[in-house]
Design a protein around this ligand. Structure first.
Ligand code: NAD
Length: 431
């Protein structure tokens, strides 16, 4: 059992802290958001994540997990301190490090003996050295810095944390590598132990590579549409090549969104440029993704004509992907804003993400809480997120509800042949 403080209890910090408590460690979660901490102390969690609430409640009860806003006390009482605060993008694409730096300063001011400082936030390469310098300004005892990037996916975060593909540990001391390996000894996984900068790069390179796969297959999809080929079969055929792999991220759709890929692609382009390298592949990945998010408009106009003024359009899906309420950089935002600009009467349905979307979206939007009802009298249904319940819908009833049987499917949820047979005007991606 190790005494651990996790600073920042958002998606990553809360999952990390809770799962480490579940693995038997003594964890305190720290945040500057008093409301968030008050709620967490009562077992109310700030995000939608399958299985997380149960684990928080269980570990609060057995006293492996607690929450506080008192960062000083939490650091003093811990042997290991995780940094898991946000690293949002600045307007120029560089990474905003103010939260990480501020936590590093608090750590320096509250050190009272040897501790391992583990950075889980996604940070520019070289940040480990910077955190060390900030701590050393305030403390001259011994400590170790470790980079331990997180690879969990929102929507399956708890499962991903407990069953990781790998745990990356970047450090220059054997002592801290052993301490961190021990923290995770309850997990069956492969450990990759490297120096700090390499670990920091593994995180950026992984996310940028996954984003590249998405833009790549979306470009292939756009050509398939022109030629009458089927991108889903192309992808299936590609994945059977062992060098590409069965789990490759090759689902054509509306492009990537969320709080990580857009920011990390931008971040790596910027890091490359600061070091005299032009990462032109990633510049193209970004451009392709932007165009893909905007590409539904043309498809909608193909069905409804150029002038969309006063048309009724229903959007299914606000979250950037299923099983999360996260709408940061979600393609839904781009599509909805395009439609509002053209005077469309927009109705939306999402099983989970409506409240988050309301905080970001302006304009006259009707938020529906019933999936089928949301399609009543619509001139077109537009599918933006592939929530599983969309696939289960009664298609005949759906057709009866729509004013015109028009569907633009940005996630290839339905089968083209079946939709044709049922009499829908159905346009999807790359098929
Ligand atoms: P988030 O915005 O959900 O949470 C950050 C939390 O840190 C917030 O609760 C905020 O109040 C708190 N915070 C900010 N400053 C603080 C301070 N000085 N002291 C204490 N708490 C403070 O962020 P997130 O999505 O969990 O991301 C955190 C990091 O992990 C980022 O670098 C991100 O890139 C990386 N990451 C995120 C994911 C993901 O899926 N969300 C996956 C892997 C890595």
């Amino acid at each position: 059992m190790t005494k651990i403080a996790v600073i920042g209890v958002g998606y990553v910090g809360l999952v990390t802290g809770t799962c480490l408590a579940e693995l038997g460690h003594q964890v305190v979660g720290v945040d500057i958001d008093q409301q968030r901490i008050n709620n967490l102390e009562k077992g109310i969690i700030p995000i939608y994540e399958i299985g997380l609430e149960e684990l928080v409640v269980k570990n609060l009860k057995n006293k492996n997990l607690s929450f506080t806003t008192d960062i000083g006390l939490a650091i003093k009482n811990s042997d290991v301190v995780f940094i898991a605060v946000g690293t949002p993008p600045m307007p120029d694409g560089s990474v905003n490090m103010e939260y990480v730096n501020s936590v590093a300063e608090s750590i320096g001011k509250n050190m009272n003996g040897y501790k391992v400082i583990i950075n889980k936030s996604t940070v520019p390469i070289g940040t480990g050295d910077n955190i060390r310098r900030i701590i050393e300004k305030n403390y001259n005892g011994s400590f170790d810095i470790v980079s331990n990037p997180e690879f969990l996916r929102e929507g399956t975060a708890v499962t991903d944390f407990m069953n990781p593909d790998r745990v990356v540990i970047g450090t220059d001391s054997k002592k801290s590598a052993d301490i961190v390996t021990n923290l995770y000894s309850g997990l069956k996984t492969e450990f990759v132990v490297t120096d700090i900068k390499t670990a920091e790069m593994i995180k950026y390179a992984s996310n940028a590579y996954l984003a590249t796969q998405i833009s790549f297959i979306n470009s292939v999809a756009n050509i398939c549409e022109k030629l009458g080929a089927d991108v889903t079969k192309v992808s299936q055929g590609m994945k059977l090549d062992n060098r590409i792999g069965k789990k490759a991220f090759l689902n054509a759709g509306l492009g990537y969104g969320g709080s990580c890929f857009p920011k990390d692609v931008k971040g790596l382009i910027q890091i490359a440029s600061e070091n005299g390298v032009r990462f032109s592949i990633l510049e193209a990945v970004e451009d392709t993704n932007m165009a893909q998010k905007q590409s539904l408009l043309v498809k909608i106009q193909k069905l409804l004509g150029e002038d969309l003024h006063n048309k009724n359009i229903t959007i299914w899906g606000l979250a950037f992907k299923p099983h999360t309420d996260d709408v940061r950089e979600a393609p839904s935002l781009t599509v909805i804003r395009q439609l509002l600009d053209r005077g469309v009467n927009v109705k939306v349905f999402d099983p989970i993400a409506t409240e988050q979307a309301k905080k970001i979206l302006d304009g006259k939007i009707e938020y529906e809480d019933n999936l089928l009802e949301s399609t009543k009298d619509a001139d077109c249904l537009v599918i933006v997120t592939e929530w599983p319940e969309f696939k289960e819908i009664d298609l005949k009833q759906l057709k009866n509800n729509l004013k015109q049987p028009n569907i633009v499917d940005g996630r290839n949820v339905f089968e083209v042949e079946e939709m044709k047979e049922l009499g829908f005007n159905y346009i999807s991606i790359g098929r």
